[in-house]
Design a protein around this ligand. Structure first.
Ligand code: ADP
Ligand code: MG
Length: 808
């Protein structure tokens, strides 16, 4: 029976086709410019580029100069690499420029396509980032395509993980920069942990073109190190306690500047705090249990054990110490961001990949990027065979090996895809038994594997690989030198074998796409067994009964288009589930993202000194107001320990216990005056020694450090909250709503704590003088040598700034 929809679709153009038709007109414009640009002398190209730049400055738009610019790039590529952009590549370039995801099959030349959009957008001189799958490709593409950019008069660089900050900065200042998403992401996070604008390596996030964008749907980015720090402040040390702690740490040689509250000792304060909490607030059997030499957390809400989870902030380690079991190293997240939220930092974003269509809804929902499917340059003739389905894994494996043997005997090159490194080894062992020469790739050394993959099209080649290995490397029939090209063509081109259906159709399509590039001969087939994970977990009853009806017997296989469809439906279930997980993850991350935005912005303002605000004075006022409120409450219930605690916490060692008692018994005005006087005289003392400018700089630096320390704790706490809150969700409560509520409260606390911490730190900070060789404390503070050491502006007497490396 005829499907009416099919009939209608014959008359109505798809949205995709309409877009292609519209873009085709621009392509024709570009083609019309070809005869003109082909007459330019080589040395004219940079001049043309400069002309474009000034035209943009004079108000023309990128779209106005697109046809000329693309024609110029194509001519440059022709002269440099002898590769003239195909029309479909021009379409791709336009799609990228128009913030789309260009779906172009493997081998269609996305690398060269990207150059078009990158060149055009780089003319605005705000920088263009091209995001590659790995360091090797960043370097390779930047070197190969860099020749074209340079010929055109633009600069090009790349970022690799081993580069210093100087090199990074230099490369980010190029017109076009190739880098992986993780380098870009880490540099962003690192920049937001730096103390001056000078040290930052990145410019503004202007335009990013993401190659193989489908590979960046999932991952999360975390920056870790082994710092420990504090979370809550519910246990306090008395002055006596502080003296004791100081003695212990000083005997151990780890106390800096003889002052527990010195900023350089922040981490010690945190350790002590956590140790106190571990020992006095956390109870074995209630908050955690000890099992097989492990601390296992008990969720306070549900009472469930949470094996494998660790308390953050060094608390888990403190508990391990308390229970006298092995203390394990802790990874602390300094900053984290999902790639989704990272890419949203760019003013403009585009991407390309061979396989986007199956996930196009997700791309649109998450990145707001539509997918444009671009036709191949030459007709695709690859033979995609039906899946072969078996009852057991053993039968399937036998058939796979049989197939490999068959192809190998006639010399046809084979690429065998597996779902994991373990499975790769499994098939490698099977081939070993059959004495079939082969290579196993496992995405460990991209450069070496690129070399191997590039020759995957040679006769008799057998390569076992995972889906990520060798991505982005072209497979030419007959190998890189193409010597055996005709020979391999006759043998049927590259044969791709999938050893199971993977977790998404996209990954399968990636695998198939390794074969049949640019109109090459080739085949692909997937082997499936009912014991495969996908079939066990997501296969349907109907499929099983269907197989029974078809009468699948031992050792037999079945292939039928229906079964392919049924398997694809199973995959769609997995895809939908994964999409849901990612969506949830992003919703949680969005909460953090908003807060991150506020904090990073604040931090930048402090560093830029943009607002001519004096943070410490403003904060002092707020902290005092807060203390006054608490004092009023205290007078109503004088037995409460809240206020004395808060007061002690805020003032630290800057007052004696006697003075503390006086303040407790004084009126509000007296309290305020006393604290203010201390604060101001302390600052005056600093400024006298250092000069006002340096004094201000120190306050600024300390504030930035306080922001970082507290932010680190905060995101770690949120992460823990996120993990635990899912477990708490029962009844009608939506974990996301609960999380948002708690995250908001925590953020308010964080902002309050930043203020108190700055005031506390500045009240307790002392300056000592020092000459270059030996520490020489000035008389007035001889007995209280708390502080950090630095040269002052005359270059001799020295003073405070903590971690002010540039000034030391
Ligand atoms: P993709 O990333 O789309 O899989 P690549 O960018 O790796 O493809 O390009 C595949 C191969 O095609 C490369 O060897 C490249 O040099 C070649 N190529 C790309 N565009 C052209 C062109 N216009 N003319 C000739 N060769 C091209
Ligand atoms: Mg590529």
């Amino acid at each position: 029976m005829l499907n009416p929809l099919n009939i209608i679709s014959k008359f109505i153009k798809s949205g995709n086709q309409k877009e292609l038709d519209r873009i085709q007109k621009i392509v024709e414009e570009i083609n019309l410019k070809e005869s003109k640009v082909s007459k330019f002398e080589d040395n004219e190209f940079p001049l043309r580029t400069n002309e474009f730049i000034s035209r943009l400055k004079n108000g023309e738009k990128l779209n106005d100069i697109l046809p000329e610019a693309f024609a110029l790039v194509r001519e440059a590529s022709k002269r440099i690499n002898n590769e003239r952009h195909f029309d479909v590549q021009l379409i791709g370039g336009i799609a990228l420029h128009e913030n789309k995801i260009a779906e172009m099959k493997t081998g269609e030349g996305k690398t060269l396509t990207i150059v078009l959009a990158a060149y055009l957008n780089a003319l605005e001189k705000k920088g263009v980032h091209i995001v590659t799958v790995n360091d090797y490709l960043a370097k390779r593409d930047s070197i190969n395509m860099g020749k074209i950019y340079n010929f055109l008069g633009l600069s090009c660089g790349y970022i690799n993980s081993n580069q210093s900050d100087e090199e990074r900065k230099e490369n980010y200042n190029k017109d076009i920069t190739y880098a992986t998403n993780s380098e870009l992401g880490f540099d962003f996070l690192r920049d937001n942990m730096k103390y001056s604008k000078n040290e930052m390596v990145l410019r503004k996030h202007n335009f990013a073109i993401v190659d193989e964008i489908d590979s960046k749907l999932i991952k999360n980015l975390k920056q870790t190190d082994f710092d420990l720090d504090e979370k809550e402040k519910n246990i306090l040390l008395t002055n006596e306690g502080i003296d004791n702690v100081e003695k212990i740490f000083s005997d151990a040689g780890i106390l800096k500047n003889n002052n527990f509250y010195d900023p350089e000792n922040l981490h010690l304060v945190h350790h002590v705090n956590q140790a106190l909490r571990a020992n006095y607030l956390f109870e074995n059997g209630r908050d955690y249990i000890v099992k097989d030499n492990e601390i296992i957390i008990i969720d306070e809400q549900t009472g469930r054990q949470l094996p494998g989870r660790r308390f953050g902030d060094g608390l888990h380690q403190s508990l391990e110490a308390k229970e006298k079991i092995e203390v394990k190293a802790e990874n602390q997240t300094l900053a984290s961001i999902t790639y989704q939220n990272f890419f949203k930092l760019y003013d403009k974003l585009a991407g390309c990949t061979g396989t986007a269509q199956t996930e196009s809804a997700e791309f649109f929902e998450i990145y707001n990027l539509p997918v444009l499917q671009i036709p191949t340059n030459k007709e695709m003739i690859r033979n995609d065979l039906n899946d072969q389905i078996f009852r057991t894994g053993l039968e399937k494996d036998n058939a796979i090996i049989q197939k490999i043997k068959e192809c190998n005997e006639i010399g046809q090159p084979l690429l065998v895809f597996t779902s994991s490194i373990n499975k790769s080894e499994h098939y490698s062992n099977l081939l070993e038994k059959e004495k079939i020469k082969h290579i196993v790739l496992n995405a460990k050394n991209h450069e070496k594997e690129a070399e191997i993959i590039a020759n995957a099209g040679k006769t008799n080649s057998v390569i076992i690989t995972t889906s990520i290995s060798g991505r982005g490397v072209d497979i030419k029939l007959g190998g890189q030198d193409q010597s055996e090209k005709e020979d391999v063509k006759k043998r049927g081109g590259l044969f791709v074998i999938g050893t199971e259906r993977m977790e998404s159709r996209r990954v399968d399509n990636q695998a198939r796409g390794r074969s049949g590039r640019q109109g090459d001969e080739g085949s692909s087939i997937f082997f499936v067994s009912l014991e495969d994970d996908l079939m066990r977990l997501f296969g349907s009853e109907t499929m099983n009964s269907m197989l029974e009806k078809l009468g699948l017997k031992d050792g037999e296989s079945i292939d039928h288009p229906w079964i392919n469809k049924a398997i694809e439906r199973a995959q769609q279930k997995v895809e939908a589930r994964n999409f849901d997980i990612r969506k949830t993850l992003i919703k949680f991350d969005n909460v953090l993202n908003d807060q991150r935005h506020v904090i990073f912005e604040q931090r930048k303002n402090v560093i830029d000194g943009k607002e001519d605000e004096n943070y410490s004075d403003i904060f002092l006022e707020e902290v005092l107001e807060n203390l006054k409120r608490q004092k009023i409450l205290h007078e109503k219930s004088p037995n409460s320990k809240e206020f004395p605690k808060a007061l002690k916490q805020t003032l630290g060692k800057s007052i004696t216990d006697d003075e503390l008692g006086e303040i407790l018994n004084s009126d509000l005005k007296t309290m305020e005056k006393k604290i203010k006087d201390k604060f101001i005289s302390n600052r005056d003392e600093r400024n006298n020694l250092l000069g006002i400018e340096q004094g201000k700089e120190i306050e600024k630096r300390i504030l930035v450090q306080i922001i970082d320390q507290n932010w680190k704790s905060h995101i770690q706490y949120l992460e823990q909250l996120r993990q635990v809150i899912g477990l708490r969700s029962y009844g009608q409560r939506d974990p996301l709503v609960e999380y948002k509520k708690e995250a908001f409260l925590l953020f308010e606390n964080l902002l309050g704590k930043l203020k108190t911490d700055l005031v506390t730190m500045l009240l307790n900070l002392r300056i000592i003088e020092k000459d270059d060789s030996k520490t020489k404390t000035s008389d007035n503070i001889k007995n209280d040598p708390k502080c950090l050491l630095v040269k002052n502006k005359e270059g001799k007497t020295a003073a405070v700034p903590y971690k002010l490396k540039n000034h030391c």
